[in-house]
Design a protein around this ligand. Structure first.
Ligand code: UN1
Length: 459
């Protein structure tokens, strides 16, 4: 079996074709990683820190090549691809400091003499399953913390991002067995979950739930970051020009292929008409185009199946009475391009308001008051990110308090993350510990408690 990836902007362009690892090859990679783990952990904090710093430097030294590879392999527009490369280097650098952080604490015993110590230790082999939409940043934000605290890593990237993952691991240049990429699909993912000591997944809700069930069945720790059906709430007092620009970026940026993209825009009261007008204009200013052009915001969607799913959903919403305010069609050019699309009048039970679609498509919804907007925003299982657009601090804080999401962004697009803070959602959006920052360093280690009593006394 082979794994191939083709450029979404130019589907005849074969980016990479490699042999799939297979289930047996994946299990063997985990065994090699397990054999390498004591040496990697035992090398000490300074050696691990230096290795992660080297990875950051290698990414920086090849920034142009990596950005071009992201553009070619997954169709991310160049400006965002450059940003992802810079973020990737910053993530390696950030976690390069983690080996020096305290790994536990000293405590007083509840009674008597002695000393209690807590100490966090790595599990062994971290099995990582990553999506194609951030083909360098997501593998890095899982691998770097896992490695920093002394695990070794086996990474199963999405087939569409295979070339990026292989190049990342090659540039990282870690010792043999410390970071291994296993190209493949469901068979390799299943074999990885069946053999790893700790699992971290980002991808679709259906696959994430299967990964969680399999890992939980084995009794190993698992975190999963899945789909978002993210809402933006716009109040009448918002700076509507700024809100429209942020929403356009969150809807059309990278063709909406982020779990943090905005797919529902909820306009409160009198914000509806002026916002609709401003947003139509802003989306019109970000047409789907060549991802290699530094001015492009909305590139292609990842493949033909995605394009068909999106145009089908727009068509069925139309048939159900929805109005297309802008966009709504495939772009007439080679590759998988869909116009940035805004719909109104979509029935509440339509799949566009129930499932994550991963495309440059959003639905505009009216709400009479903030309460109704919050209820609408919270009416989904996929509660990852939300944005609120207002000049009023009380409203912003009230909404931030009541919105059911893991990331709440005031006067900012729903997409975009700070790589050192906890990342994740509520309900079906996430399972287990948060990613990023201290939360993920804790996730990749288990705490043990050590009791020390003075020797030589009878007790
Ligand atoms: C971002 O909004 O910049 O898979 C990051 C995803 C998310 C990452 C979003 N885990 O789209």
């Amino acid at each position: 079996m082979t794994v191939s990836s083709y450029s979404p902007a130019d589907p005849g362009d074969l980016v990479v074709r490699v042999e799939a690892a297979g289930a047996a090859g994946t299990a063997a990679a985990v065994e090699r990683a397990r054999a390498a783990q004591p040496g990697w952990r035992g090398a000490g904090a300074a050696a691990r820190s230096a290795a992660l710093t080297h990875a950051a430097e290698a990414v920086e030294a090849h920034a142009g090549e990596l950005a071009a590879l992201i553009v070619r392999e997954v169709g991310k527009p160049l400006a965002e691809a450059r940003g992802e490369v810079a973020r990737t280097a910053a993530i390696w650098r950030y976690y390069a400091q983690a080996p020096y952080a305290p790994s536990g604490a000293a405590h007083e015993p509840a009674a008597g003499e002695g000393l209690l110590l807590t100490r966090r230790r790595p599990y062994g082999v971290a099995g990582l399953i990553t999506p194609w939409n951030f083909p360098l940043a997501i593998p890095t934000w899982k691998a770097a913390p896992a490695l920093a605290v002394g695990n070794t890593v086996v990474l199963k990237p999405a087939p569409e991002g295979t070339a990026c993952a292989l190049r990342l691991a090659e540039l990282a240049g870690l010792p043999a067995g410390v970071l291994t990429v296993v190209p493949g699909g469901a068979a390799e993912g299943g074999a990885l979950v069946a053999a790893a000591d700790v699992v971290s997944f980002t991808g679709s809700t259906a696959v994430g739930q299967a990964v969680v069930a399999a890992a939980t069945g084995r009794g190993i720790p698992v975190q999963a970051e899945m789909g978002g059906l993210n809402a933006a709430v716009v109040l009448p007092d918002a700076d509507l020009g700024q809100a429209a620009a942020h929403l356009a970026a969150a809807i059309a940026g990278y063709a909406g292929q982020k779990c943090t993209a905005t797919s529902r825009v909820i306009a409160v009261g009198s914000a509806y008409e002026p916002l609709a007008e401003a947003l139509v204009k802003a989306l019109g200013a970000t047409p789907a185009g060549d991802p290699g052009d530094p001015a492009t915001v909305c590139g292609p969607v990842i493949g033909e199946a995605a394009l068909t799913r999106l145009t089908g959903a727009i068509g069925s919403a139309r048939a159900a009475g929805a109005e297309v305010l802008t966009g709504g069609a495939r772009v007439d050019r080679p590759g998988w391009f869909v116009e940035p699309t805004l719909l109104a009048g979509v029935p509440a039970e339509h799949p566009l308001l129930v499932e994550e679609f991963f495309g440059p498509v959003a639905v505009l919804l009216p709400a009479a008051y903030l309460d109704e907007a919050v209820a609408l925003a919270n009416g989904t299982r996929h509660s990852l990110a939300a944005s609120v657009h207002t000049r009023d601090l009380d409203t912003a804080l009230a909404a931030a308090d009541r919105l059911d999401a893991g990331m709440i962004r005031i006067n900012a697009p729903s997409s975009g993350v700070d790589f050192h803070l906890p990342f994740g959602g509520t309900k079906s959006a996430s399972h287990g510990a948060r990613e990023q920052g201290q939360a993920v360093l804790d996730f990749f280690t288990a705490s043990r408690t050590v009791t020390l009593l003075p020797a030589g006394t009878a007790r």
